[in-house]
Design a protein around this ligand. Structure first.
Ligand code: ATP
Ligand code: MG
Length: 399
């Protein structure tokens, strides 16, 4: 029996004149994903993207999983395709649906007839299809209010489709439909989650990672790049990670500035550098995993001291979330196990014993003036190199 995948989209349907643009974007991204799943034809019609297997190389299970990571798709149906006549539809219902009813007690059939020339209306189609199921699976009962399974029959332009209801898609908006965002990516739990959440709202993600070699190790960097690999699955293309060394900045801070301001000063450098990198690579926003009150540098006052260093909007999708909620998402997207590997981060070397939680901007700036800020920023940027990350691996281009 011939199968197909039908992807339905949500919010994009509302986008009026831009709709075509969004739909094309979705098709491109699904085609990109399909490369790893075999030979598929991908096209759109009637507010649906069709993913049609072309030969035996097409791995439908893999394609279902891949489509589940494409933002903008709200529902994914794996369906049997048949001719547009009742004989063929009923034969397909009888052959295709029973395995999905195993262990279930109740069902209903919902039909949709977008081809109004089809002789039966949707109620009549559902009635006949329901009868066919009861014939094949006599132990099943119809429950129109709260069924275990809702079988769907869709009569569309060129064919009819039969399936046991959709699985949930990733939701959100197609990656890139809201421009590009520069994620400040550490090896922790929060920042990969933040990247995922903003990709979901349509930002194509690029990342900047700060290291502090030799105070941070090669293994710490590898961990971050493995996290980037997981996030890149949602990015639909490769993801670029720009790596910037803060070794010199940190050494100078330790030598010249008051200890309780180290972290705040370092974070001001991070924001300023990330902002420059973002502008250089045409990103319209910065993204961080900051969560209000989580640590000393994330109090309202501390954010008030670090935020002004960014000229672009800073998106902090975790700001109002508890750690538990962030952890739940990181488990769902598969970054948690990597995030908890115990490697050092540049924020955890030279940490002050008593960091300021209610810093005063004037005092911070007085400390900052002890160092040549712009020079240190330029020097750090001059040493920046990039890593190209895909779901399958990464390649370091040391400039
Ligand atoms: P954790 O889960 O340990 O809190 P985190 O990534 O949130 O990890 P924080 O120290 O809370 O780490 O840092 C707050 C935010 O600052 C991060 O979410 C991240 O966006 C950014 N950040 C921290 N360290 C780095 C780094 N080494 N490189 C790039 N961005 C960083
Ligand atoms: Mg954090």
């Amino acid at each position: 029996m011939k199968e197909i995948i039908l992807c339905k989209y949500g919010e994009i349907v509302l986008k009026g004149a831009n709709r075509r643009f969004f739909e094309d974007m979705l098709c491109r991204q699904l085609r990109q994903k399909a490369k790893a799943c075999g030979n598929f034809d991908i096209y759109r019609a009637q507010s649906t993207v069709y993913i049609e297997p072309l030969d035996d190389s097409a791995d439908i299970d893999a394609m279902m999983a891949a489509a589940g990571k494409v933002f903008g798709i709200v529902a994914i149906c794996r369906a049997a395709v048949c001719e547009k006549n009742m004989e063929s539809i009923l034969a397909t219902v009888k052959a295709y649906i029973p395995p999905y009813l195993e262990g279930k007690r109740t069902f209903k059939v919902e039909s949709k007839r977008s081809d109004k020339r089809f002789p039966l209306n949707s109620i009549a189609i559902s009635g006949e299809a329901g009868g066919a199921i009861l014939e094949t699976c006599p132990r099943m009962r119809v429950d129109v209010h709260n069924p275990d399974v809702t079988v769907k029959v869709e009569v569309r332009e060129t064919a009819a489709y039969v399936h046991p209801g959709p699985v949930k898609g990733a939701g959100g908006m197609p990656v890139g439909s809201n421009g590009r965002g520069m994620l400040l990516l550490s090896g922790g739990i929060d920042s990969p989650v933040a990247g995922y959440m903003m990709a979901k709202r349509g930002l194509q993600i690029e990342a900047v990672h700060f290291e502090s070699f030799p105070y941070t190790s090669e293994m710490a960097r590898d961990k971050v790049l493995r996290l980037a690999q997981i996030v890149s699955e949602y990015n639909c293309e490769e993801m670029i990670v720009h790596v910037v060394s803060l070794t010199k900045v940190q050494e100078e801070l330790v030598k010249h500035c008051q200890e309780d301001y180290f972290t705040l000063l370092l974070r001001r450098y991070m924001m300023a550098i990330a902002d420059k990198v973002a502008r250089r690579f045409k990103c319209g926003a910065l993204i961080t995993g900051e969560s209000l009150g989580q640590v000393a540098s994330q109090t309202t006052e501390a954010l008030g001291v670090t935020n002004p260093m960014a000229s672009l909007p800073v998106f902090r999708p975790c700001i109002g979330m508890d750690k538990e909620e962030i952890v739940e998402i990181s488990r769902k997207i598969g970054t948690f196990e990597t995030s908890i590997e115990p490697y050092e981060d540049c924020c955890t070397v030279f940490t002050p014993r008593h960091p300021r939680t209610r810093p005063d901007l004037k005092k911070v700036m007085a400390e900052e003036e002890k160092l040549p800020f712009d020079e240190l920023v330029d020097e750090a940027l001059a040493g920046m190199y990039r890593v190209i990350v895909t779901p399958n691996g990464y390649e370091v281009n040391e400039r």
